[in-house]
Design a binder for this molecule. Structure first.
Ligand code: AMP
Length: 483
């Protein structure tokens, strides 16, 4: 089945309560990844799907799972009637919360229960809801294992395993945790894996986790979205900051995310920009979960305009309508470039990604161009000697986006882990400036780009073969590119 034949969700054969929720969410047409993945997942196939955040991948795996579990939904209060039947693993707290939020929305007219568990908050706050029983559990790997150790949940009735942003899970060193988790799951289950990039490691992971998976490629591996105009400026290290301020002035009233490589440079840059009267906020691994949620809420509410972020902190943030991404520091991992610029040009909208390259970074940029198989036009930065203060409150309006993308924002207070984190209202958040993070819908689904991937290896190792538990996701995050 192709994008052309699937014009509405009803044609996918989804149950009425799900169709109602989809309609209420304002979705009219399945996205390419949904049009491809949902029919296959409904046929109980394992999938390995190339899709980044912003493509509608969450609904692509959640809807078939909810549809399949629907006959098992129970209104009984007995926890035994609500075993964990679907486990969704996500690399970061932000993504886990976002996925949970979507699942809750899609399941709202059903008796299926869901929750989310992630590190960085008191584990005890997550236990009561687990004890009442949930059919769908969204989790970060480290915290899931903490719960397993505390015997606050059981995974022996899991029928579905979803690995979301699998490439990032590997980057963050979650492989040992994933193996441990896998060993705890029933062998008979359906596996759905989503990844923005397809490295050899990802293929190995797929071999280990998936059973004869169907490969869905909605975009060329490591491709960048055609809707995103990519530009680069060659600029001296000591002039980068001044040039950034100058650049931001050329995009008045547009929300922007500025990427740095390290937590330290994110903090330093945010402070420097504020000194230059560019209101902004930094989001990185040293910020508490509460601070991150507050910054995100403030951004979504439009009270923050520019966000300075590290790659890890930015993962999984679902913010609509981001016209501009600036790569202030070029990542040494070329895949990060694909993730970074995937934050703009979403849902067919136009986006701009600008990279500032200093003399030490040209070699990293060369690697990026090799990966994306594209030469990015480069100009020498013309840095003016003075900069004047810029920008006022950001306008929520932007050009070139689909109407459905204007859906009202659900405050995080309603979406964060139940009873764990309560976000302050956006009104209480200190007024700063910020960004939005998105993915691309610019894919074409064709019958040709769906191929059968071969099964090459068997299932997971036994638990006894596996290394001791790794530190929870906080530590993994810190150990990653943020330094
Ligand atoms: P995801 O890639 O799952 O993070 O989804 C990105 C955004 O697209 C989320 O805000 C979803 O609510 C929204 N979305 C997902 N599917 C559709 C659809 N078929 N039509 C409109 N919006 C959608």
């Amino acid at each position: 089945m192709t994008e052309q034949t699937i014009v509405d969700f009803r044609a996918l054969g989804l149950a009425e309560p799900l169709l109602k929720a989809i309609e209420e969410s304002g979705y009219t047409t399945p996205t390419p990844i949904q049009a491809q993945a949902i029919p296959l997942a409904l046929q109980h196939m394992d999938l390995m799907a190339g899709a980044q955040t912003g493509t509608g991948k969450t609904a692509a795996f959640s809807l078939p799972i909810l549809h399949t579990l629907l006959p098992l939904a129970s209104t009984s209060t007995s926890p035994a009637k609500h075993p964990i039947r679907a486990l969704v693993l996500a690399p970061t707290r932000e993504l886990a919360i976002q996925v949970y939020d979507n699942i809750k929305t899609y399941a709202k007219h059903t008796a299926l229960r869901s929750t989310v568990v992630y590190g960085g908050v008191d584990i005890k706050t997550q236990t009561p809801i687990l004890k009442t029983g949930v059919e769908i559990l969204v989790a970060t790997p480290g915290r899931l294992l903490d719960h397993v150790e505390q015997k606050t949940l059981s995974l022996n009735q899991v029928q579905f395993l979803v690995l979301d942003e699998a490439d990032r899970m590997l980057d963050m060193g979650f492989m040992p945790d994933l193996k441990r988790i896998l060993a705890l799951l029933p062998k008979q289950r359906q596996n759905l894996m989503f990844s923005a990039t397809f490295s050899d490691e990802i293929k190995k992971l797929a071999d280990a986790f998936l059973n004869n998976p169907t490969l869905i490629e909605v975009a060329r591996s490591n491709a960048t979205n055609d809707n995103v105009e990519q530009k680069a400026f060659l600029v001296n290290t000591d002039q980068k900051q001044r040039f950034l301020v100058q650049l931001l002035k050329q995009y008045p009233n547009q929300q922007v995310i500025v990427f740095t490589k390290t937590k330290l440079s994110a903090s330093k840059l945010a402070r420097a920009l504020e000194r230059d009267q560019v209101p902004c906020s930094a989001i990185h691994g040293d910020k508490s979960q509460k601070e991150r949620i507050e910054a995100l809420d403030a951004f979504k509410a439009g009270t923050i305009h520019a966000l300075v972020a590290t790659d890890v902190a930015a993962r999984g943030l679902d913010i609509t309508d981001l016209p501009l991404v600036v790569n202030y520091e070029i990542s040494t991992a070329p895949e990060d470039y694909v993730h970074r610029i995937g934050r703009t040009g979403r849902a067919g909208a136009k986006g701009i990604a600008i990279s500032l390259i200093d003399e030490d970074e040209t070699k990293y940029f060369d690697e990026i161009e090799k990966l994306i198989k594209k030469q990015i036009p480069k100009e020498k930065a013309n840095v003016s000697s003075s900069t004047t203060p810029t920008r006022s409150r950001p306008s929520k309006a932007s050009s070139g986006k689909d109407a459905w993308f204007e859906q009202p924002y659900q405050p995080a207070a309603a979406t964060a882990a139940p009873k764990a984190v309560t976000a302050k209202s956006a009104a209480n958040v200190k007024r700063k400036v910020v960004a939005a993070l998105l993915g691309g819908f610019g894919f074409k689904a064709t019958p040709q780009n769906r191929t059968q991937a071969k099964r090459t290896t068997g299932r997971s190792k036994q638990k006894s073969d596996l290394p001791a538990q790794q530190p929870a996701e906080n530590a993994a995050e810190t150990a990653n590119i943020e330094s």
